[in-house]
Design a protein around this ligand. Sequence first.
Ligand code: FE
Length: 198
Amino acid sequence: MSRNLHRLHSFVTDLAALTRRTAEEAEILSQGAQLLSALVAQDDWLPDAYAQPDPERYRQYLLHCDSAEAFSVVSFVWGPGQSTPVHDHTVWGLVGVLRGAEVSQAYRRTADGLAPEGPAARLEPGQVEAVSPRIGDIHRVSNAFDDRASISIHVYGANIGAVRRASYDAEGRPKLFVSGYANSTLPNFWNAAASPPA
Ligand code: FE
């Protein structure tokens, strides 16, 4: 049991309150980004079981899903040199780097496919970026390191592992996918005995 798992519990509680208070995406993204940057500012709470890279491909571990599926929280673990295909989300999302660093390249739709939008952004620990169909939903993300793992914490406005969305080939042709999750158990932050002393 991770000593500081209460950080995840507080984050989930605050995000639940936010998504119940407003359905305004801009407000959820701006206030959610503050909550997420506070969560990833300290790398002392993610249990090791949800921080394990896979030599074959990046992994997505579900950390929490809201009971109404208003949001889900995922740890995204990159092995050395791993990257996603170009993909979309179809719902709002926030990405905060917990460990290592990642590189994100945005894409926009064009008449004949997709084109890179601006330069690639490098995200360092504590930094947060947002995606959504409204502000730009297509990107390709890579571990910035080819000699070590990186980990980011993602929040999405749905049970993201069950969302039908698309990856895109070099010609910009979509291919539907449902990501699922790598884990079958969740971190238990509901244990009063694990709470920090008052
Ligand atoms: Fe993404």
